[in-house]
Write a protein of this length. Sequence first.
Length: 277
Amino acid sequence: MEKANPMPDCIATGSELAVTINMNAAVEVSVVIPALNEAENLAALVAEVSAAVEGRYRYEIIVIDDGSTDPTPTVLANLQAADAAIIGLRHRQPCGQSAAMLSGVRRAEGLIVVTLDGDGQNDPADIPRLVEPLRYAGRHIGLVAGRRKRRQDSLVKRLSSRFANGLRRRLLNDGVDDTGCGIRAIWRDLYLELPYFDHMHRFLPVLVQREGCDVVSVDVNHRPRSHGRSKYGTIDRALAGILDLAGVMWLQHRRNRARIHADPDTRPQSQSIQSRL
């Protein structure tokens, strides 16, 4: 497990107020899976997720159908009917992976959210390795990111990803090798504090660091696709990434979150206000 560069301690986060971790909550871990036209992969993937978390955590599995045009809605409905722990959401039209993830996180009830891609290339067996650092290290760790050591993708995809990761790491100094890896674990309340924009999922490490939390990376398995093909092109992703990178650099330097100190007047607010009337 490797720790990425933390942001300065002077940056406060709203999560500082939630230092008590109630792992007795009804749902500990919410697994969020965005899926677009993954009918052939979905059932096997959900079964693997259930096997990885069953008996370890109180969990739910949230699948977001991002406007699929294949039988994904039918497959998802059947999975829901067979298992009460599975929750299905559907976008009327494709909105993108970041939007699907946000829909899932908003619906989630777990303290910790694990995300993974719907194509089956992320290995659900890695979920405990991502969750445990959050459960036992405390709230100073905000995100545990997967790092694919042996990517099972085309040469073009691997080379473009290596270039993008290198450029992002140099410009943002986030210390993370593989922000494109879809499997990661994060505190739900922290995720909902992050600024939302399209493709934000690729910048989660630096956004978490911006909130004053540490990011650690762990090696994870990566598998070839069993069915279907990638929904994202190399050129359009690169063009969007340039704009996103500029925007995140702006966000990184515009962070200014004030700490609230105790008022010397310790009377209840209602009394203080009344005394000034």
